[in-house]
Design a protein. Structure first.
Length: 444
């Protein structure tokens, strides 16, 4: 059974809201907003229908205003209702093996290992560098660190991709828990302790805890500045919501902790472009819970070149389609609360496609005084987005204060994130969906 919920207080009265109650309240809030939006938009739909036909008008307005409004209101309601229990640190911590997948990472691997070895984890920590057949000095530098610290070892496989490197390293794991980070990810000193403490105080069927991965190179350019807010607000808010409903859909390879036997039970990391997404969905399909710990923080490098950013986000979009293809129908037939998040993922290709086509055209028309597509109703989504950002900013700032960290000032990045980020992201995601649907050649 899940641990007892924290009480809510109104005056002198204390009461509890079960997770399912909070879920229903958030859904009802979203549905109320969607219903109000649909009623207000009736005339808008009719006017647009005279130009593009009524069915097309419904698809467009539902895709750019009504459904996004529902999802955003449901999300912000979930965040407001989220009251995670404090972490209980008085635990008997099991041994853990940290896997670091690396391919040609000579510039970063030493620093990554140094941060990993500074963990204040009370249990026994082992580190395995899963070298994916690097052709530079990655293995040599990792072995130098291993020579100085017996907790580190290096396992090399032929260059076959991240999943093959991780599965090769998994054969060497003898600890009950296994964690992963990327070779450019820096763990904060308490990251492992916090993630594992959260797992130990969660229901016994909890098989994975996603850490909070944030951007460390936000001063490397405008693109990195925008991504800082994406990681800090958007990605973290979705993970908080999904964790509240006991089904975080991505325990990302950049930093997560798993039960070793659960990973082995699903056959390890699959040979997929989104191997961490499909692995997580496999764990959920077998009945496991996957959660999120916002105070288990790691910092990673965000792409600074636009071509690298496009490649990364297309890979993420393809990974979502892989997850839906492999496990979507099965999970949708389930009765756990994560079904809502899986269903939302099914809508994203439609929403991103409508946004990609309709919104740029609507903006161009609006600049000429024609508000047939983009107008007051679409602008109504913006205050909800700002409310989500404000709610998450307060939550994240509290986390940073707890850990002695400081939120960087990044006003330009925030403005670009709010006004322009989705205009760039949706076409990239659509491209990723399309390439995976036709099973195009995989490019990492």
């Amino acid at each position: 059974m899940p641990p007892k919920e924290l009480p809510w207080r109104v005056g002198r009265f204390h009461f509890y809201l079960r997770v399912r109650t909070r879920f229903l309240l958030s859904v009802l809030a979203g549905l109320a907003w969607a219903g109000l939006s649909a009623w207000i938009a009736a005339g808008w739909i009719e006017s647009l229908g005279h130009v593009v036909t009524l069915p097309v008008a419904i698809l467009i307005i539902a895709g750019i205003a009504i459904i996004p409004g529902y999802l955003n209101v449901q999300l912000v309601s979930s965040l407001i209702l989220d009251r995670p229990r404090p972490i209980e640190f008085e635990q008997e911590y099991p041994d853990v093996t940290l896997l670091i997948a690396a391919y040609n990472e000579e510039a970063r691997i030493r620093e990554t290992l140094e941060y990993a070895l500074r963990q204040d984890y009370p249990g026994k920590l082992r580190v395995v560098v899963a070298d994916d057949g690097s052709t530079d000095r990655t293995r040599e530098l990792a072995e130098l660190v291993a020579g100085d610290d017996p907790r580190v070892r290096v396992v090399t496989s032929n260059h076959g991709g991240k999943s093959e490197a991780l599965n090769t390293a998994l054969t060497q794991v003898t600890t009950p828990l296994v964690a992963t980070i990327d070779a450019d990810t820096l763990l904060m000193p308490s990251a492992l302790k916090r993630a594992i403490a959260r797992m130990l105080t969660s229901p016994p069927d909890t098989v994975a805890v996603a850490g909070s991965v944030l951007v460390r190179n936000s001063r490397a350019g405008a693109l990195a500045r925008v991504q800082e807010w994406d990681y800090f607000l958007a990605i973290a808010s979705v993970k908080r919501q999904q964790a509240l409903f006991q089904g975080t859909l991505v325990a990302q390879g950049a930093f997560s902790v798993y039960r070793t036997d659960a990973v082995r039970a699903v056959g390890g990391w699959p040979d997929k472009i989104g191997e961490d997404i499909v692995l997580t969905w496999s764990l959920i399909r077998l009945g496991g819970r996957t959660i999120f710990e916002p105070t288990a923080i790691a910092f990673t490098d965000a792409p600074v070149q636009f071509s690298h950013f496009v490649r990364q986000r297309r890979r993420w979009a393809r990974g979502m389609i892989e997850g839906l293809r492999e496990h979507g129908l099965f999970l949708l037939r389930g009765r756990r609360l994560h079904v809502h998040a899986v269903a939302a993922n099914c809508l994203f290709p439609y929403l991103d496609s409508v946004y990609t086509v309709a919104v740029p055209v609507g903006i161009a028309l609006a600049l000429t005084g024609n508000f047939l597509i983009v107008g007051p109703m679409t602008a109504a989504v913006l205050p909800i987005s700002l409310l989500i950002a404000f709610t998450m900013y307060r939550r994240q700032r509290a986390v940073f204060r707890l850990l002695g960290l400081r939120v960087r000032r990044n006003i330009v990045g925030f403005v670009l994130y709010v006004l322009a980020y989705q205009l760039v992201m949706s076409p990239i995601s659509v491209s990723g969906y399309a390439t995976e649907l036709v099973r195009a050649r995989r490019v990492w």
